[in-house]
Design a binder for this molecule. Structure first.
Ligand code: NAP
Length: 245
């Protein structure tokens, strides 16, 4: 149980982040749901409250320093502390190296890597003082394996693994753990739009023989957020059906 823990989830307006927010709230955490789409966040907060949970929303573009700082400050102003930060906000702007535009490189690095850095730096200030905290970075199997057509995305996700391990070393003495989850192919709106053939080709690469569910990722996050993982830091937990070992 995560009763009385205060958890921030970035990129909570849809997909995996939304699922993580609901799962944390179901375990008793007070959830601060963040993203840029205010309507989607409000509907999430309403859903959590209907289920008896506690949540508020804070609109923030994680790539903008003032907004990332405000997200953490608003959390502390509302609930008095921040125990769990899930850096989940992420985008793709795919393209082959030779055709990749600078803007597409910058947008992906700014959101996926700089956004996590900005939120982590702001939250670490409070977690260090509390001498307690859990930071969980949602990276990707693509950050471990690479992927043709995703140089920007895979670089951002690999960068997140370096950030995870370095911050884990810096904050360990303050009892703040920092870990990464690397999802493989997870069923989301994106994968639902795929052709049956593309899905089949993807599934063939997965030893467990199925795509992952947002729930599979949320379960890993719940474990890393819980007291049961208190001796685990600087680690990368693959949630990929065995496609990368
Ligand atoms: P998604 O459905 O596209 O959701 C992405 C979330 O990030 C949305 O809530 C979006 O909300 C938010 N976001 C995007 N840019 C943002 C910004 N600048 N500031 C704040 N929030 C921002 O993606 P998903 O599939 O759930 O993926 C979630 C995370 O898992 C991502 O980091 C992704 O890289 C990672 N991942 C996904 C898969 C997969 O198969 N789906 C696999 C491996 C890793 P707004 O648009 O409202 O801001």
């Amino acid at each position: 149980m995560l009763s009385d823990k205060v958890a921030i989830v970035t990129g909570a307006s849809r997909g995996i982040g939304r699922f993580i927010a609901v799962a944390l709230a179901a375990q008793g955490a007070k959830v601060v749901a963040s993203a840029r789409n205010v309507e989607a966040l409000e509907s999430l907060v309403a859903e959590i409250r209907t289920q008896g949970g506690e949540a508020v929303s804070v609109v923030a573009d994680v790539a903008v320093e003032a907004e990332a700082n405000n997200l953490i400050d608003q959390t502390v102003a509302t609930y008095g502390r921040v125990d769990i930060l899930v850096n989940n906000a992420g985008i793709t702007r795919d393209g082959l190296l030779l055709r990749m535009k600078n803007d597409d490189w910058d947008a992906v690095i700014d959101t996926n890597l700089k956004g996590a850095f900005l939120c982590t730096r702001a939250a670490a200030k409070f977690m260090s003082k509390q001498r307690n905290g859990r930071i969980i970075n949602i990276s990707s199997v693509v950050g471990e394996m690479g992927n043709a057509g995703q140089v920007n995305y895979s670089a951002s996700k690999a960068g997140l693994l370096g950030l995870t391990k370095s911050v884990a070393r810096e904050l360990a003495r303050r009892n703040v753990t920092v870990n990464a989850v690397t999802p493989g192919f997870i069923v989301t709106e994106m994968t639902e739009k795929m052709t049956d053939k593309a899905r089949e080709t993807m599934t063939e690469q997965i030893p467990l023989g199925r795509l992952g569910e947002a729930e599979d990722v949320a379960n890993a996050v719940l474990f890393l957020a819980s007291d049961q993982s208190s001796y685990i830091t600087g680690q990368v937990l693959g949630v990929n059906g065995g496609m990368y070992m």
